[in-house]
Design a protein around this ligand. Structure first.
Ligand code: SAM
Ligand code: SF4
Length: 459
């Protein structure tokens, strides 16, 4: 049987693209292999958001030169954000690559594979969800990005914003549910702009409402949100829809207004702080995560400290911090000087990482001895791994198979990045109804009060 191997770096959108391409290849009779050396077809799905990611892809491509030389009939594809509108430079640098495909433009490879296999191919890859989906699946709902934050290469590589229709997305979610998926994460570079480009008057709140009705999907999340586009309707949807998880990823990038302006982020930090207040008022148990860039062009120590002040004030559950990496072709690369030395960028990054480790430790500590509900995803290093609705990782030991089950766990250890726990003595798989355990004590806790709210149709 013909075998394919896909290697993916970068964001969740890349992971979703790889799953979709894998699905198309499996439809044509290909089988996945974890070992690139054994594959007839190798695809590298690339990321160029930072130099580090690009270097990783280049190293991986170079490491496949011997494989291609020894098997000239095998196919090597570079896809994703490393591939821009012009490929001449890449073709020179990586002459052993057969296909260069821009993000989501996988049709040439699918057609080639179809011809090779002598099997007709599907033409609408959006309608090909992963063939081996896991408990939790990513569903891209809006492609591309129309913002041009000065540091960011994404809009140049992923093109203009295009939302998929609610009908398509519900259909895909139902298909995923039939294949055992229990949690869906709706994806977009700016997911809270979902729908603005569609003819019908629809937004992310409508989409959340529609997915909320899909049978056997227990949870729905979305990322990444933009502060400008986080409407009260979306906040209310998270507050009131039973399946919408209380977890919002809301990058602020910098705590300094002059830097935000230079980044072309269209809000002031005061606006961001009041948005967080509104979110916390509406969803008191919400967990917040954010993205921050340190060492952007001209960032002074004082401006960096403004970012620290915001982190200390808001106390996020998770922070993704990146050292600024200039990207050829972006506005910042053309207009500003990348003048903060690498050593200084890394110092600032480390300060934030240490600060966040302390904050996350403090925020998780009160969960010790608490009972938390998790959706179990898989076994990892001999332990079962699941997430709370607020996206906290929880591990527990048990010999039975809990994949895809919603269970409660008594927390016995808390750390900054994860929790450890035990199943209560009484827990048995037979307590579950399609994976949902019915606990009487739900009546007293916050989940019960939320579950009791009749599912509101958002108008
Ligand atoms: N659309 C999202 C937003 O508006 O925040 C984020 C998508 S972006 C691809 C993911 C993260 O990568 C950003 O939030 C930013 O922190 C980081 N990033 C993007 N370009 C970067 C650069 N040139 N250097 C360092 N980090 C960068
Ligand atoms: Fe990049 Fe800004 Fe678009 Fe996010 S909103 S993908 S950071 S350009």
């Amino acid at each position: 049987m013909a075998q394919y191997h896909i290697w993916t770096v970068g964001c969740q959108m890349n992971k979703a693209d790889s799953d979709r391409l894998g699905s198309a290849l499996e439809d044509l009779g290909y089988e996945f292999t974890n070992d690139a050396e054994q594959a007839d077809m190798v695809i590298l799905n690339s990321c160029v958001v930072r130099q580090g990611a690009e270097d990783k892809v280049a190293a991986r491509l170079n490491s496949l030169q011997g494989w291609k030389r020894n098997n000239p009939n095998n196919t090597l594809t570079l896809m994703g954000c490393m591939v821009g509108p012009k490929t001449d430079e890449l073709e020179k640098q990586f002459a052993h690559v057969d296909f260069f495909l821009r993000p989501q433009e996988f049709m040439p490879l699918v057609e080639f594979a179809s011809e090779r296999q002598g099997v007709p191919c599907s033409t609408d890859l959006d309608l090909l969800p992963p063939t081996q989906p896991q408990v939790s699946a990513y569903v891209p709902v809006i492609h591309g990005c129309d913002d041009f934050c000065t540091y960011c290469i994404v809009p140049y590589r992923r093109g203009r914003e295009r939302s998929r229709s609610i009908q398509d997305l519900v259909r895909e979610s139902e298909m995923l549910s039939r294949r055992g998926v229990k949690e869906i994460t709706l994806l977009g570079q700016i997911v809270d702009r979902y729908g603005h480009d569609l003819e019908e008057d629809t937004d992310l709140a409508d989409l959340l409402n529609a997915i909320n009705s899909v049978e056997n999907i227990h949870r729905v999340r979305f990322l990444t949100s933009h502060p400008r586009d986080m409407s009260q309707r979306i906040i209310d949807a998270v507050a009131h829809l039973e399946k919408a998880c209380e977890w919002i990823n809301l990058p602020f990038q910098s705590g300094d207004n002059a830097i935000l302006n230079a980044m072309r982020r269209p809000y002031r930090i005061e606006d961001y702080l009041s948005l967080v207040e509104r979110i916390r008022d509406a969803i008191p148990d919400v967990a917040l995560s954010t993205d921050v860039i340190v060492g952007f062009c001209g960032e002074t120590e004082e401006q960096f400290e403004n970012t620290i002040a915001v982190l200390e004030k808001i106390r996020f559950d998770t922070v993704f911090v990146a050292a600024y990496s200039t990207r050829t072709g972006t506005i910042a690369d053309r207009k500003f000087q990348d003048d903060i030395p690498v050593k200084e960028k890394l110092r600032r990054k480390k300060i934030i990482e240490e600060l966040q480790e302390r904050i996350a430790t403090e925020k998780n500590a009160p969960l010790l001895g608490e009972r938390v509900e998790i959706l179990v995803e898989k076994k990892q290093k001999e332990k079962w791994m699941g997430r709370t609705r607020t996206n906290k990782l929880v591990f527990f030991d048990d010999s039975r198979d809990w994949t895809g089950k919603l269970v409660e766990v008594d927390v016995t250890h808390t750390g900054p990045w994860s929790l450890q726990g035990n199943l209560p003595d009484t827990t048995s798989i037979s307590d579950t109804i399609d994976g949902i355990i019915e606990y009487s004590h739900f009546k007293d806790d916050t989940h019960q009060s939320k579950n009791e709210i009749p599912l509101k149709t958002i108008t």
